[in-house]
Structures are given as C-alpha cells and as structure tokens.
Ligand binder design. Structure first.
Ligand code: AMP
Length: 187
C-alpha cells in the first residue's frame, strides 16, 4: 500500500515521510523536490518551473503529472511509495487516481494537522537552514498556504469521504509526531 502525505506548509510532512521511508522501506516521491531539481537545470523547462516555484504558484498540471507518471513507471511494481506533495488540486487528483488505478496500486492518506501560524514560524526558521527563496519570503509562504487551503483541502475532503484519510496531530516535537504517525498507521 502506498501512502500520500498531506499537511499545510511547515506541518513537517516531508520530515515524517523521510523517517517513515527510512524505517519501513518506502521510496519517496517528493513533488516539490523533483520540481526544484528541474528548476535547477539550465533548460527552458527549468526556467519555467523556477518561475512558478519562486512565486509560490503551482507548476502547470501537465508538467507535474508527467514527472509523477515517469517516477512511478521507473520503479518496480512492488516498490512501496510515499507521495509527498501530490495531488495538490482536484485536477491533479483526478489524473493521479487514474494513474494509481491503472498501475494497480492502492493508497492510504495521512494528514498532518498544524495551525497555519505555527507553520509560518517553522518555515521562516527552516529558510535559513535550507536557503530556499520561496521559504524566506513571508508573502510567498502565505500564498502557498492559501493554495493549500483553497485547492488542496478539497482534495483531502474527497479522500476523507472515501474513508482513505488518517489524521495525525502535528503539534509538538518531530519524535512525538512520528510516534503518532506510526501508531495511527499500525505499522
Ligand atoms: P513544497 O516543497 O511542497 O513546499 O513545494 C514547493 C513548490 O513546488 C510549490 O510552491 C509549487 O510551486 C511546486 N509544487 C510542489 N508540488 C506541486 C504540485 N503537486 N503541483 C504543482 N506544483 C507543485
């Protein structure tokens, strides 16, 4: 069973995904990381992608869907995957669900819950460590959060209606949250 991690910016979902992957043999598909790698390449596509990321806007649908499709195809069918940062809007969800079904995979979603203001503070702290332009500017952080609330929350609601979402309290230390993730997934 694959996992799909959801959480507002700063919720720590990426960190939790990495810990879980290391301990339980998942590979991670990190949408933002894949796109940042493309943005770093000296190509026209790289320039285009960088423009969206730096402004805190979602990268166009066709680009991200192509990237995730190729990433799934590149892995053995029995390799468990954690999807971090996709699907992020209803259009991506429709295509993502089709890809999952067509490739014979199955998903369980995990939503890490965190107050938005706590998320802003965590990201501003992280910006200094990781040097990400889109993490250093509070207006851009708030735009990304707004995208999460208006576009991604409806995706989570759909999966909730389908009984596919486990909610985990994201307040507290990384270890505390990880303990909750593990016990809620019954791993
Ligand atoms: P993240 O690392 O998840 O905070 O994502 C950083 C940036 O990458 C986002 O603000 C978007 O510009 C882009 N991005 C990440 N995931 C997606 C996605 N699923 N669809 C479109 N753009 C994305």
């Amino acid at each position: 069973m694959d996992l799909v991690f959801f959480g507002i910016q700063g919720s720590g979902k990426g960190t939790q995904a990495k810990k879980l992957a290391a301990e339980f043999g998942y590979q991670i598909f990190e949408a933002g990381g894949e796109l940042r790698a493309i943005a770093a390449s000296d190509t026209e596509l790289g320039q285009t992608v960088k423009g969206y990321i730096d402004q805190g806007h979602l990268v166009p649908h066709e680009i991200i869907m192509q990237v995730v499709k190729e990433a799934i195809a590149a892995r053995p069918a029995d390799q468990k995957i954690i999807f971090d940062g996709i699907p992020r809007d209803l259009e991506q969800q429709a295509d993502f669900d089709s890809i999952i079904a067509e490739t014979g995979r199955d998903i369980q979603c995990v939503q890490i819950l965190l107050d938005a203001e706590d998320g802003v503070q965590r990201i501003l702290g992280r910006a200094k460590e990781e040097g990400r332009a889109d993490d250093a500017d509070e207006a851009i952080i708030r735009r990304r959060m707004d995208t999460f609330l208006t576009k991604t929350v409806p995706v989570i609601e759909n999966y909730k209606a389908a009984g596919k979402v486990i909610e985990v309290d994201g307040e507290g230390s990384m270890e505390d949250v990880y303990g909750r993730v593990i016990s809620s997934l019954a791993l």
